[in-house]
Structure formats: structure tokens, C-alpha cells
Design a protein around this ligand. Structure first.
Ligand code: AMP
Length: 497
């Protein structure tokens, strides 16, 4: 029987909060990490972004702070979460607020690149949980605008990345001012010798938590990219479903609204489709899934979050109607097919404005995906008059698609010139700011007046102004981390150049 969040020993306020988030069951890292953390043990966890690790440490941390008496003053900092980038910090703080919404704990965020004074004001109001990047935290310590004397729980999140970014000395300085008698949680995607050394020096008799490589790119999955204009994606999808006589296909959109609209439009095209996303009631989701499993619904349109809990074996087709803005989600998505030893097909419909996302995904995969322009759907070509997919099928066999393995962009030279990204000059991103590592811009003036001990291992682009705005929800703050995820995907330790 599947374990529930309540089974893990979490309090009702937290169980309620995760239910409101639409989480159906704990992820493996949550199931393994939450009980020992609740019991006050130190934990060393090998888990990467996308596994649900944030809730894995945040939920039990919130519970311990709520249910255990403390000795500091009211709203003194009792938990410190250190993370490598401001984006990740912002994301974690948002998660802390979300999961802790039924509790009375206060949270603050401290990272570089933004004004110091507002952070001081927030700290003065009293904080129970502080989420921080190391450099700015040290600045506050130096200015005596915060005290870590009452910290009971320390979390080092993405510890490997902090080391890669040269934060080891900063971390050591922070450790030196923490009370000795505290609980330590160290999360790292990879285990290098440096991480082991750090873990050995911090953790006391830790419980080790290792989660299976959920992100592994299955060899059984054939991946293909169809370059196509955004406005023609639905017609192409309908054609693929009809021409391939697909009986069961999971289609991913980026937004809930997009999922609804696509499902409705497919139904109008005569293809049974239903949408599944976080705004739907649990009952509606369960019904949609049951209909899909029973073969009554041919196309299930889902957002990333909604698809997380789906357990559908032997799904033959996955379509990325829109590419995810977090590359790891791509690997999660395609992992829905090619399961249980059966081959699967993952197709991405990529419009020119999404090439930057495609680039990021290919960096994570460490390879180019095969492009195949479907005749009649060339990007930039005028849309044919009312070509409904069924009519197209009746016109007889199509010419063989043009395979363009390993090349960028669509076939037409002018279209390619217009749309394909140049390797040396990536195109504008489709939305939102590119997450900036706090300390990865050695040539740019430090925006918080604090220099890390070393930039030698920074692996981030050095361009772009400081981006104080927190990232979009769902971003993982690690998009500028080309070397990390592939190493994870292979389960191998990452080289740190
Ligand atoms: P993380 O690995 O912590 O970055 O989490 C990745 C994503 O998984 C976040 O968008 C979370 O909201 C989501 N998530 C975390 N736990 C669960 C769960 N038990 N079920 C479904 N989604 C989850």
C-alpha cells in the first residue's frame, strides 16, 4: 500500500498543506528522509532537484520547530537553510511558506544582488527560518544584523554545487558561529571526495538517504523533435495521433490553462482528450486517469506537477506540446514512456521561440535530439487552408519526413537563418529572467560587496545583469548548471573542471 504523508508522522497542519498542493503521496526521498529528520537525526541525502527533496527537508523541519520548545528569544533564527543561488533560495523560501502556511513560523530570505536594508528590516521583525546564500549571510553576520546563536537545524542544500561555486570557506565561516548542538541535514546531488569530507566534518552519525535515479534517460525511449510554429502545433498533434493511430498518449503543456484549452480543442477535432492539473479536484483527476488507463480517453493533457503522481506503465507515447522551462522536467516527462521494458516514443513539438529551452535540455542530455520537420508543418510556412487532420490522412501516404539528426533548426535555409539559435549567441529566452548564480560572475562587480573565496570552479555564464527578482515558480535555480545533471543522469560523480 502506498504510504501517505500522515504515515510518515507529519502533523495535520503539514499534511493539509501538502494535500492543498495536490501531492498525492510522498516521493521516495520524502518517504526516506522525513522520519529520521523528525526523529532528530542528522541526514546525508543524495537527491537532486526534481525529486521533491525540498519538501523532504522542509516538512520535518517545520514540524520540529513547531513541536519542540526552544531557548532563543521569540522568533530567533532556529533553522538555517543554505543554498548556492538566489533563485534556489527564493524557491525554497516559497516552499517553506507554502508548506508552513498553517503554522505560525516566520521565514526570511537573504541573498546577494538586492538591497541590504530591506533584509535587515525583515530580520528585525523576527525570523524562525532563514533561507540564505552563503556570501550575503556572511555580510549580515559581519554587520551583526543577524545572530545564528540559536540555530537548531542546519540544512545545506545542493551542497555539491556550493562547493563547485567556491563557497567552502564561506560555509566553514558560517559553521564556526553555529551552536555545536544542532541537527544537520546535507543534501547533495553527487558525492565527490570534497562532499564526503564536508559531510564527515559536519554530520554526526547520519542516516544516509539515497534515491534511485528517477531522472535516468531511458534507452528504450526514442526521442524526436518536430520544429513547428506554435499556432500549428495542435494540427500537427492531431495529425500525429490520427496517422500513427495512437491509442494512448500523454501530452504535456506548461500551464493549466493551456492543458484545458488543448484538451477542449482536441475533443472538437474528434480526438477524445481530457486535461489533468492541479486546479482539478482529486475526484476529477482520478476519473480522468481511470478513463485514460481504460482506453476511453486517447489523449491525457497534463502539466508537470499533475503528471508527477501518475503511475501509468507501458505508456507508448509522450508528447511535449510545449517544452518545459526546467530541463530536468523534460527527462521526467519522457520517463513516463519506455517503462517496464517496453519501448516508447517521446516527441517534442518545438516552436522557434522555444529553441533556448531545447538548448538547455540538450545540454542536460549531453546530446542533440533528432529534428524532423514534418512536411506541411515547416516553421514559418503559411498555414494551409483548413486542413483538418482526418482530411490530411485521407489524402494518402505522406512523403517520408525529412530527418535532420543532429542539426539545429528546421530545413528551409531561410527559416533556419531566422529561427535557429547560433551556438555562440543563444536566442532570447521565451520568458522570465535566466536564473543567476549568486557568485558566478567573477568579472562583474559583486553586487553585494562580498567576494567568494574562489571562483575557480564556477560553471556559469558570466553575462547578464544581476537579477534580484526571484525566479518563476517551478524553475529550479540550476539552469546554469550544465555539468551537474548529466553526471547525475549517469550516476557518476561530477567533474569540477
Ligand atoms: P524539488 O525536488 O524539491 O525541487 O521538487 C520538485 C517539484 O516536485 C516541486 O515542484 C514540488 O512542488 C513537487 N513535489 C514535491 N513533492 C511532491 C509530491 N509528494 N508529489 C507531487 N509533487 C511534489
Amino acid at each position: 500500500m502506498t504510504q501517505s504523508f500522515a504515515d510518515l508522522g507529519l502533523a495535520s497542519e503539514l499534511v493539509r498543506a501538502v494535500a492543498e498542493e495536490g501531492y498525492l503521496a510522498p516521493t521516495p526521498v520524502q518517504a526516506k528522509a522525513i522520519p529520521p529528520i523528525l526523529a532528530g537525526r542528522d541526514v546525508l541525502a543524495g537527491a537532486q532537484t526534481g525529486t521533491g527533496k525540498t519538501a523532504g527537508f522542509t516538512l520535518p523541519l517545520l514540524q520540529r520547530l513547531t513541536h519542540h520548545a526552544h531557548h532563543g528569544g521569540r522568533h530567533s533564527i532556529r533553522a538555517l537553510i543554505l543554498t548556492p543561488t538566489r533563485e534556489l533560495a527564493a524557491q525554497i523560501e516559497e516552499s517553506v511558506r507554502t508548506y508552513g502556511r498553517h503554522l505560525k513560523l516566520r521565514t526570511a530570505l537573504v541573498y546577494g544582488g538586492v538591497g541590504f536594508t530591506p533584509q535587515v528590516e525583515a530580520l528585525k521583525r523576527g525570523v524562525d527560518i532563514l533561507v540564505a546564500t552563503p556570501g550575503r549571510l556572511l555580510d549580515h553576520l559581519g554587520q551583526r544584523t543577524l545572530s545564528l546563536a540559536h540555530v537548531e537545524i542546519l540544512v545545506l542544500d545542493e551542497a555539491d554545487r556550493m562547493l563547485d561555486m567556491g563557497f567552502i570557506h564561506d560555509i566553514r565561516k558560517v559553521l564556526a558561529v553555529l551552536p555545536a548542538n544542532r541537527q544537520n541535514l546535507l543534501f547533495s546531488a553527487t558525492y565527490s571526495d570534497e562532499i564526503r569530507t564536508l559531510a564527515d566534518s559536519i554530520l554526526r552519525d547520519p542516516v544516509q538517504v539515497e534515491v534511485a535515479r528517477r531522472n535516468a534517460e531511458s534507452e528504450l525511449v526514442t526521442q524526436r523533435v518536430h520544429p513547428v510554429d506554435q499556432g500549428r502545433k495542435r494540427a500537427l498533434l492531431a495529425q500525429l495521433v490520427a496517422a500513427g493511430d495512437w491509442r494512448q498518449v500523454l501530452v504535456f503543456t506548461r500551464t493549466k490553462h493551456g492543458a484545458n484549452r488543448l484538451a477542449e480543442q482536441l475533443c472538437k477535432d474528434g480526438i477524445e482528450a481530457t486535461a489533468i492539473h492541479g486546479n482539478k479536484s482529486q475526484g476529477a483527476r482520478t476519473r480522468a486517469l481511470a478513463g485514460f488507463k481504460a482506453g476511453e480517453v486517447r489523449v491525457l493533457v497534463a502539466t508537470d506537477i499533475a503528471a508527477r503522481g501518475l503511475d501509468i506503465e507501458e505508456l507508448p507515447h509522450v508528447v511535449n506540446y510545449e517544452l518545459p522551462n526546467v530541463p530536468e522536467h523534460y527527462v521526467h516527462r519522457i520517463g513516463r514512456t519506455g517503462r517496464a521494458g517496453t519501448p516508447g516514443e517521446a516527441i517534442s513539438l518545438v516552436s522557434p521561440d522555444e529553441y533556448a529551452y531545447l538548448n538547455d535540455i540538450e545540454k542536460v542530455l549531453k546530446r542533440k535530439l533528432e529534428r524532423e520537420v514534418v512536411p506541411g508543418f515547416e516553421p514559418g510556412a503559411p498555414a494551409p487552408q483548413a486542413a483538418r487532420p482526418t482530411e490530411e490522412r485521407e489524402r494518402g501516404p505522406r512523403p517520408a519526413p525529412t530527418r535532420r539528426g543532429g542539426e539545429r533548426g528546421p530545413q528551409r535555409p531561410n527559416a533556419r537563418a531566422r529561427h535557429a539559435p547560433r551556438a555562440e549567441q543563444p536566442p532570447a529566452r521565451p520568458q522570465g529572467p535566466r536564473p543567476q548564480p549568486e557568485r558566478a560572475r567573477p568579472v562583474a562587480a559583486p553586487d553585494d560587496g562580498h567576494q567568494p573565496a574562489s571562483h575557480a570552479n564556477a560553471q556559469f555564464p558570466s553575462s547578464g545583469p544581476a537579477q534580484p527578482a526571484p525566479p518563476r515558480r517551478g524553475g529550479h535555480g540550476d539552469r546554469g548548471r550544465p555539468a551537474q545533471v548529466p553526471a547525475l543522469l549517469r550516476g557518476a560523480p561530477r567533474r569540477t573542471n
